[in-house]
Design a binder for this molecule. Structure first.
Ligand SMILES: Cc1cc2nc3c(=O)[nH]c(=O)nc-3n(C[C@H](O)[C@H](O)[C@H](O)COP(=O)(O)OP(=O)(O)OC[C@H]3O[C@@H](n4cnc5c(N)ncnc54)[C@H](O)[C@@H]3O)c2cc1C
Length: 279
């Protein structure tokens, strides 16, 4: 299928892209195109103008700054998967990247595109929630920062407004006690239940992000509270993980019933915690 006609711009800088968004009617930015183009072909999206971010080199980087990891929005899944810096300083991200689609998807799809698209079955949201990431968003009035807890608004909707561009995602340098466990939809690889876990043994805390289960990703706060301040054991993890879908309204679709999804959340939560805590 062929999308409806649109004007096409390929700015070289972020400022130029923001100006184009501000001055053009019904414009949408294009990153890897792996979600936007199928939506356009199916006429689910019919933007009059496309602002392609592909030439903006200032949006593509992974670096460590002041004890934090900063990742540009146009960084691809593969660049994250293969980053030596991240393997050392934020190992949850390369581990999760390996779970995304296939090689072609990881080569083209971008970190920022996936996060702004906010597909309820996307993998990255679980990690950015577990890592307490912050998002820098650029728009006509300058830049603003949004915390992970406020970034995901509802299904396919984030705090990024139509005239704004996600510029950068920042997260703390984290220890190696991390894991991502996922039950994938077989054809696409998207998450039916994906659980990202960060365990801090010294402080006896766990931070847990869950995707695929509900309309928007969430922190498994009931599990976190159950684990808080206690020494992690297999028995404790099993008991805590039964709370992985507490207070959540699980999705119910052709891939999994709500009841099955809730159970998958519990099982994947237990698997991820066991791996991260090495029990
Ligand atoms: C066959 C297949 C399998 C897949 N499997 C998985 C999987 O297992 N797990 C998973 O998580 N994902 C999966 N994906 C999704 C893929 O990972 C892409 O990352 C995702 O489609 C969006 O990223 P993109 O760079 O292609 O964004 P695009 O499609 O270019 O854009 C998506 C949306 O975000 C907006 N946008 C993009 N970048 C920005 C920005 N910087 N600021 C503001 N708005 C922006 C666009 O306007 C558009 O609305 C799969 C995709 C395909 C085609």
């Amino acid at each position: 299928m062929i999308p409806s006609a649109f004007d096409y711009h390929q700015p070289a800088t972020l400022d130029e892209a923001i100006r184009l968004l501000a001055n053009t009617e019904d414009a949408k930015v294009l990153a890897g195109g792996h979600s936007l183009l199928p939506a356009m072909k199916l006429r689910l999206a019919q933007p009059k103008t496309i602002v392609d971010l592909g030439r903006i080199v200032e949006l593509s980087y992974i670096r460590e700054e002041n004890g934090r990891i900063a990742i540009g929005a146009m960084t691809t899944h593969f660049e994250i998967e293969s980053s030596a810096l991240l393997r050392d300083k934020c190992p949850l991200l390369p581990e999760l990247a390996l779970h995304i689609g296939d090689v072609q998807v990881r080569n083209k799809g971008t970190f920022g595109g996936s996060l702004v698209h906010a597909d309820p079955a996307a993998d990255w949201p679980a990690a950015v929630l577990a890592l307490n990431a912050e998002f820098e968003i650029a728009g006509p009035n300058g830049r603003r920062t949004v915390q992970a807890a406020e970034f995901f608004v509802e299904m396919m909707q984030t705090a990024v407004q139509p005239n704004e561009i996600l510029r950068e995602v920042r997260m703390p340098v984290t220890p190696k006690s991390v894991a991502y466990a996922k039950f994938a939809q077989k054809a696409s690889g998207f998450a039916i239940a994906g659980v990202a876990v960060l365990v801090t043994n010294q402080a006896r805390t766990a931070s847990i992000g869950i995707t695929g289960v509900a309309a928007k990703p969430y922190r498994a706060t009931a599990v976190e509270k159950h684990l808080q301040g206690k020494e992690l054991s297999a028995e404790l993890i099993r008991a805590a993980s039964t709370k992985a879908a507490d207070g959540i309204d699980p999705l119910n679709d052709i891939h999994a019933s709500a009841e099955f999804r809730a159970r998958l959340a519990q099982v994947q939560c237990q698997r991820a915690l066991e791996r991260a805590a090495a029990v």
